[in-house]
Structure formats: C-alpha cells, structure tokens
Design a protein. Structure first.
Length: 218
C-alpha cells in the first residue's frame, strides 16, 4: 500500500496548529524575495537551511534520452491543466517541534516543514529527492476531491529512469492507487513511488506538515 492513515497518532492541538500557520506566514513574509527558486513553482527555506543546501548540492545525473521525466525546471507548459505553486518552509516554532518530539513524530534527524500547494489544479507526478517515505498532516485539503495519486511507468516505458527533480508525463504512466487524505489525520506515504496531487480547487490551498517518517514509525 502506498499510503495509509496512522489513526493511533494524536491530533495536533488547535493552538499549536495556529502557531504553526502563523509561523509559516511570518516566515513567508520575512523571506519574501530570498526564497531559493529551484523551479517556478518550488521555493525553499533560505539558503542556509539544511534542506535547501542538501537539495542544491545533490547532483542528479540527467540524460534526457534515458529518462521517463522532464526536469522540473522545464515543465512550465508541459501539461494541459494548471500547475500549482509549491512552497516549503521549515517549522521554526519551538513549541511545535517540542510537541512533535514528545509524541515521537520527529527526532533529531527529522526536519519538520510546512508545505503549501496553491494557485493550481495539481502538483505533477514525481518521486521525492530526500526520502523514500513521509508522514504528513493536512490543515487545509485544497478542495473536497483532492487525492494523492500513485503511478507506475507504462510497460513500454519501464526501461526509462525514474529520477527526482523530474516530472512525468501522464501518457507514460498508469494509475496504481489513489489516496484521499483527511483533515487533522496523520498519514504515511511511500514517496519512492511516483505520486502527484490531483483535483485541487483553484481557489483553495492545500497546506500541511510533512516530515520524513521517524524510525519508530517505520
Ligand atoms: Fe512528493
């Protein structure tokens, strides 16, 4: 199974959720103009952040001839529906981080971040760069019908490389699973499988916490 709920995990208390969202907005304003644009729709916490550094340093061998996907930086007009903007900002609130640690949802090795998908209908099929699994939590779903869809390369394209930082055309992949997250529910995703966010409402946003799954929950 590519995604499943983790019903035993507690809901993030409302006051902490509010702190986290205020923190996100505060950092967004503070960082305006200094976000590191990896692609048109992808912005990261400032250059000193570990995640951004790691992202930038990692060299992805890329030869277009043997790749299933197209570089994320070159997909602006590759789809016939509207790509969303994607913002990732690290959680800086110590009370939130403390709560997550107390509930063993993150450890020293985990960087909790808030991710926001906004102004678009979908986030394209991709695999994650840093991690093979994630634990997520939504504050806003981005619409009533939003799903995280999982894909595999179609048989005739199975020999092509599936690389992070690339996005895959729908013609070359087939749907294998579809997961509908619920608000205030922790869930786990296998992010090594090709996945996309689909059916977002243009006037809504999808925002939530995401972290690499800590060892105790693997
Ligand atoms: Fe992802």
């Amino acid at each position: 199974m590519q995604a499943r709920f983790l019903p035993a995990l507690p809901r993030l208390p409302d006051d902490l959720a509010q702190i986290l969202l205020d923190d996100f907005e505060f950092n967004r304003v503070k960082l305006k103009g200094s976000l590191d644009n990896c692609a048109r729709f992808k912005s990261f916490f400032p250059s000193s952040d570990q995640l951004a550094l790691k992202e930038r340093r990692k060299q992805i061998p890329f030869t277009s001839v043997n790749q299933l996907g197209t570089l994320m930086t070159q997909i602006e007009n590759a789809y016939d529906k509207k790509l969303c903007d994607f913002n990732i900002i690290a959680v800086t609130s110590s009370v939130v981080i403390e709560w997550l640690r107390d509930h063993k949802l993150c450890d020293d090795a985990t960087q909790p971040v808030v991710q926001e998908f906004v102004n678009g209908e979908f986030f394209p099929p991709h695999v994650d760069l840093h991690r093979t699994n994630a634990i997520n939590y939504c504050f806003e779903l981005g619409g009533q019908h939003v799903t995280t869809d999982f894909w595999q390369p179609r048989k005739e394209f199975a020999h092509l490389a599936v690389s992070p930082r690339t996005a895959f055309p729908y013609e070359k992949i087939e749907l294998i699973d579809s997961f509908k997250a619920e608000i205030h529910q922790w869930f786990r995703l296998d992010t090594s499988v090709i996945h996309s966010v689909e059916n977002m409402n243009l006037s809504e946003r999808r925002i939530g916490l995401t972290m690499t799954t800590p060892k105790n929950l693997l």
